[in-house]
Write a protein that binds this ligand. Structure first.
Ligand code: 5RP
Length: 243
Protein backbone atom coordinates (compact mmCIF):
# COMPACT_ATOMS: atom_id res chain seq x y z
CA UNK A 1 0.00 0.00 0.00
CA UNK A 2 1.25 3.51 -0.82
CA UNK A 3 2.66 5.59 2.02
CA UNK A 4 0.40 8.21 3.58
CA UNK A 5 -2.95 6.61 2.75
CA UNK A 6 -5.29 5.16 5.34
CA UNK A 7 -5.89 1.44 4.83
CA UNK A 8 -9.28 0.10 3.78
CA UNK A 9 -10.62 -2.78 5.84
CA UNK A 10 -9.18 -5.57 3.73
CA UNK A 11 -5.66 -4.79 4.85
CA UNK A 12 -6.11 -4.77 8.57
CA UNK A 13 -7.77 -8.11 9.16
CA UNK A 14 -11.35 -6.86 9.01
CA UNK A 15 -13.30 -3.90 10.29
CA UNK A 16 -12.22 -2.78 13.72
CA UNK A 17 -15.10 -2.36 16.07
CA UNK A 18 -13.52 -0.83 19.14
CA UNK A 19 -15.93 1.67 20.67
CA UNK A 20 -15.50 5.03 18.95
CA UNK A 21 -17.38 7.87 20.70
CA UNK A 22 -17.42 10.06 17.58
CA UNK A 23 -19.01 7.37 15.41
CA UNK A 24 -21.37 6.35 18.17
CA UNK A 25 -22.56 9.92 18.75
CA UNK A 26 -23.25 10.46 15.04
CA UNK A 27 -24.99 7.09 14.79
CA UNK A 28 -27.18 7.79 17.83
CA UNK A 29 -28.25 11.13 16.34
CA UNK A 30 -29.04 9.49 12.97
CA UNK A 31 -31.28 6.93 14.66
CA UNK A 32 -33.39 9.84 15.94
CA UNK A 33 -34.15 10.86 12.34
CA UNK A 34 -36.07 7.64 11.77
CA UNK A 35 -39.86 7.96 11.91
CA UNK A 36 -42.52 5.24 12.20
CA UNK A 37 -43.30 3.45 8.94
CA UNK A 38 -40.15 4.59 7.16
CA UNK A 39 -38.49 2.45 4.53
CA UNK A 40 -34.75 2.81 5.06
CA UNK A 41 -31.54 2.06 3.20
CA UNK A 42 -28.75 0.69 5.34
CA UNK A 43 -25.23 1.26 4.02
CA UNK A 44 -22.28 -0.63 5.41
CA UNK A 45 -19.35 -0.15 7.77
CA UNK A 46 -18.71 0.19 11.46
CA UNK A 47 -20.59 3.49 11.84
CA UNK A 48 -23.64 2.03 10.15
CA UNK A 49 -23.47 -0.92 12.50
CA UNK A 50 -23.47 1.48 15.49
CA UNK A 51 -26.57 3.03 13.92
CA UNK A 52 -28.21 -0.41 13.69
CA UNK A 53 -27.58 -0.92 17.42
CA UNK A 54 -29.37 2.35 18.22
CA UNK A 55 -32.16 1.65 15.76
CA UNK A 56 -32.66 -1.83 17.16
CA UNK A 57 -33.26 -0.34 20.61
CA UNK A 58 -36.08 1.75 19.10
CA UNK A 59 -37.46 -1.29 17.23
CA UNK A 60 -37.53 -3.27 20.47
CA UNK A 61 -39.47 -0.37 21.98
CA UNK A 62 -42.11 -0.69 19.25
CA UNK A 63 -40.89 1.38 16.26
CA UNK A 64 -42.07 -0.16 12.98
CA UNK A 65 -39.57 0.24 10.16
CA UNK A 66 -37.89 -1.91 7.55
CA UNK A 67 -34.59 -1.50 5.74
CA UNK A 68 -32.77 -2.54 2.59
CA UNK A 69 -29.20 -3.62 3.39
CA UNK A 70 -26.35 -2.65 1.04
CA UNK A 71 -24.07 -5.51 2.08
CA UNK A 72 -24.30 -9.09 3.25
CA UNK A 73 -22.54 -8.07 6.48
CA UNK A 74 -25.14 -5.38 7.14
CA UNK A 75 -27.96 -7.83 6.40
CA UNK A 76 -26.53 -10.30 8.88
CA UNK A 77 -26.18 -7.63 11.57
CA UNK A 78 -29.69 -6.32 11.07
CA UNK A 79 -31.15 -9.83 11.17
CA UNK A 80 -29.30 -10.61 14.40
CA UNK A 81 -30.68 -7.42 15.93
CA UNK A 82 -34.26 -8.22 14.88
CA UNK A 83 -34.57 -5.32 12.42
CA UNK A 84 -36.98 -6.19 9.57
CA UNK A 85 -35.37 -6.29 6.13
CA UNK A 86 -36.65 -5.84 2.59
CA UNK A 87 -35.12 -6.41 -0.84
CA UNK A 88 -34.71 -3.27 -2.90
CA UNK A 89 -37.03 -4.77 -5.50
CA UNK A 90 -39.85 -4.82 -2.94
CA UNK A 91 -39.97 -1.02 -2.57
CA UNK A 92 -40.54 1.81 -4.98
CA UNK A 93 -38.65 4.44 -2.95
CA UNK A 94 -36.76 4.59 0.30
CA UNK A 95 -37.40 7.47 2.69
CA UNK A 96 -33.84 7.69 3.96
CA UNK A 97 -30.62 5.85 3.44
CA UNK A 98 -28.14 5.96 6.28
CA UNK A 99 -24.45 5.40 5.72
CA UNK A 100 -20.91 6.27 6.73
CA UNK A 101 -18.10 7.62 4.56
CA UNK A 102 -14.34 7.34 4.24
CA UNK A 103 -13.83 11.02 3.38
CA UNK A 104 -16.17 13.98 2.97
CA UNK A 105 -15.25 17.42 1.64
CA UNK A 106 -16.81 20.87 2.26
CA UNK A 107 -19.24 20.35 -0.64
CA UNK A 108 -20.34 17.06 0.97
CA UNK A 109 -18.86 15.03 -1.86
CA UNK A 110 -17.51 11.75 -0.55
CA UNK A 111 -15.25 8.78 -1.03
CA UNK A 112 -16.87 5.54 0.05
CA UNK A 113 -16.06 1.88 -0.42
CA UNK A 114 -13.62 1.21 2.40
CA UNK A 115 -15.78 -1.79 3.14
CA UNK A 116 -16.02 -2.76 -0.54
CA UNK A 117 -19.79 -2.17 -0.61
CA UNK A 118 -19.78 0.93 -2.80
CA UNK A 119 -21.82 -0.41 -5.73
CA UNK A 120 -24.81 -1.47 -3.66
CA UNK A 121 -24.43 1.56 -1.37
CA UNK A 122 -24.76 3.86 -4.38
CA UNK A 123 -27.76 1.96 -5.76
CA UNK A 124 -29.51 2.10 -2.38
CA UNK A 125 -28.65 5.80 -1.93
CA UNK A 126 -30.00 6.61 -5.40
CA UNK A 127 -33.30 4.99 -4.44
CA UNK A 128 -33.70 7.18 -1.36
CA UNK A 129 -35.25 10.59 -0.94
CA UNK A 130 -32.34 11.59 1.31
CA UNK A 131 -28.94 10.16 2.18
CA UNK A 132 -28.01 10.80 5.81
CA UNK A 133 -24.27 10.49 6.38
CA UNK A 134 -22.62 9.81 9.75
CA UNK A 135 -18.91 10.51 10.22
CA UNK A 136 -16.35 11.25 12.88
CA UNK A 137 -14.44 14.52 12.53
CA UNK A 138 -11.45 12.58 11.22
CA UNK A 139 -13.32 11.94 7.94
CA UNK A 140 -13.58 15.66 7.08
CA UNK A 141 -11.08 16.69 4.39
CA UNK A 142 -10.45 19.73 2.21
CA UNK A 143 -9.65 17.69 -0.90
CA UNK A 144 -10.82 14.12 -1.52
CA UNK A 145 -8.34 11.37 -2.17
CA UNK A 146 -5.26 12.74 -0.43
CA UNK A 147 -5.44 10.42 2.56
CA UNK A 148 -7.73 7.64 1.32
CA UNK A 149 -7.43 5.83 -1.98
CA UNK A 150 -10.46 5.77 -4.23
CA UNK A 151 -11.99 2.28 -4.45
CA UNK A 152 -13.17 1.17 -7.89
CA UNK A 153 -15.11 -2.07 -8.37
CA UNK A 154 -14.09 -3.95 -11.52
CA UNK A 155 -15.07 -7.23 -13.11
CA UNK A 156 -12.50 -9.95 -12.56
CA UNK A 157 -12.47 -10.61 -16.31
CA UNK A 158 -9.75 -8.42 -17.79
CA UNK A 159 -9.20 -6.45 -14.59
CA UNK A 160 -5.59 -5.63 -15.55
CA UNK A 161 -6.86 -3.94 -18.72
CA UNK A 162 -9.25 -1.87 -16.63
CA UNK A 163 -6.43 -1.02 -14.20
CA UNK A 164 -4.20 0.24 -17.02
CA UNK A 165 -6.96 2.48 -18.35
CA UNK A 166 -7.74 3.79 -14.88
CA UNK A 167 -4.06 4.69 -14.42
CA UNK A 168 -4.20 6.93 -17.51
CA UNK A 169 -6.47 9.16 -15.40
CA UNK A 170 -3.50 10.03 -13.19
CA UNK A 171 -3.31 7.47 -10.42
CA UNK A 172 -1.65 4.23 -9.43
CA UNK A 173 -3.81 1.21 -8.68
CA UNK A 174 -3.58 -1.73 -6.32
CA UNK A 175 -5.77 -4.82 -6.25
CA UNK A 176 -7.32 -5.00 -2.78
CA UNK A 177 -6.58 -8.14 -0.78
CA UNK A 178 -8.46 -9.53 2.18
CA UNK A 179 -6.95 -10.40 5.54
CA UNK A 180 -6.15 -13.86 4.12
CA UNK A 181 -3.84 -12.22 1.56
CA UNK A 182 -6.04 -13.30 -1.35
CA UNK A 183 -7.67 -10.86 -3.76
CA UNK A 184 -10.81 -9.59 -2.08
CA UNK A 185 -14.12 -10.49 -3.69
CA UNK A 186 -17.06 -8.10 -3.24
CA UNK A 187 -20.62 -9.21 -2.45
CA UNK A 188 -21.16 -8.92 -6.22
CA UNK A 189 -18.29 -11.32 -6.95
CA UNK A 190 -16.00 -8.61 -8.33
CA UNK A 191 -12.61 -7.07 -7.48
CA UNK A 192 -11.66 -3.76 -5.92
CA UNK A 193 -8.85 -1.54 -7.23
CA UNK A 194 -7.67 1.08 -4.73
CA UNK A 195 -6.55 4.12 -6.71
CA UNK A 196 -3.98 6.57 -5.32
CA UNK A 197 -4.28 10.13 -6.60
CA UNK A 198 -1.27 11.61 -4.82
CA UNK A 199 -2.37 15.22 -5.26
CA UNK A 200 -5.98 14.39 -4.46
CA UNK A 201 -9.14 14.53 -6.58
CA UNK A 202 -9.97 18.04 -7.76
CA UNK A 203 -12.88 17.34 -10.13
CA UNK A 204 -14.80 14.47 -8.52
CA UNK A 205 -17.89 14.69 -10.73
CA UNK A 206 -15.83 14.44 -13.92
CA UNK A 207 -13.63 11.69 -12.50
CA UNK A 208 -16.66 9.67 -11.40
CA UNK A 209 -17.98 9.76 -14.98
CA UNK A 210 -14.62 9.05 -16.62
CA UNK A 211 -14.00 6.03 -14.42
CA UNK A 212 -17.45 4.61 -15.06
CA UNK A 213 -16.93 4.92 -18.82
CA UNK A 214 -14.04 2.42 -18.69
CA UNK A 215 -15.05 -1.09 -19.82
CA UNK A 216 -15.02 -3.48 -16.88
CA UNK A 217 -15.63 -0.77 -14.26
CA UNK A 218 -18.86 -1.38 -12.32
CA UNK A 219 -18.76 1.82 -10.31
CA UNK A 220 -16.41 3.83 -8.14
CA UNK A 221 -16.47 5.21 -4.61
CA UNK A 222 -17.09 8.86 -5.53
CA UNK A 223 -20.50 9.94 -4.22
CA UNK A 224 -21.01 13.39 -5.70
CA UNK A 225 -24.01 15.53 -4.81
CA UNK A 226 -25.67 12.66 -2.96
CA UNK A 227 -25.30 13.55 0.72
CA UNK A 228 -28.20 15.23 2.47
CA UNK A 229 -27.80 15.87 6.18
CA UNK A 230 -24.33 15.02 7.50
CA UNK A 231 -23.86 14.24 11.19
CA UNK A 232 -20.34 14.86 12.43
CA UNK A 233 -19.41 13.26 15.75
CA UNK A 234 -16.52 14.45 17.92
CA UNK A 235 -14.31 12.34 20.19
CA UNK A 236 -16.03 14.09 23.14
CA UNK A 237 -19.35 12.62 21.97
CA UNK A 238 -20.93 15.85 20.68
CA UNK A 239 -22.60 16.02 17.25
CA UNK A 240 -23.03 18.82 14.76
CA UNK A 241 -25.17 18.72 11.67
CA UNK A 242 -24.16 20.03 8.26
CA UNK A 243 -27.13 20.43 5.92
C1 5RP B 1 -18.29 0.77 3.07
C2 5RP B 1 -18.27 2.24 3.24
C3 5RP B 1 -18.28 2.77 4.64
O1 5RP B 1 -19.37 3.60 4.79
C4 5RP B 1 -17.03 3.55 4.86
O2 5RP B 1 -15.94 2.72 4.55
C5 5RP B 1 -16.93 4.06 6.30
O3 5RP B 1 -16.77 2.96 7.16
P1 5RP B 1 -16.71 3.13 8.73
O4 5RP B 1 -18.05 3.59 9.16
O5 5RP B 1 -16.38 1.76 9.25
O6 5RP B 1 -15.64 4.13 9.06
O7 5RP B 1 -18.24 2.99 2.31
O8 5RP B 1 -18.17 0.41 1.72
Amino acid sequence: MGAGFRAPYGYGGGMTEAFDPAKDAAARAAAEFVEPGMRLGFGSGTTLWCFLDHLAARVRAGLEVAGVPASEATAQRARNLGIPLLRLDQVERLDLTIDGADEIDPRKDMIKGGGAALVREKIVAAAATEMVVMVGENKLVEVLGRSFRLPVEVLEFGWRQAARRIETLGCSTELRCGSDGEALRTDNGNRILDCAFDDGIHAPRELERELNAIPGVLDNGLFVGMAGRVLVGSPAGTVREIS
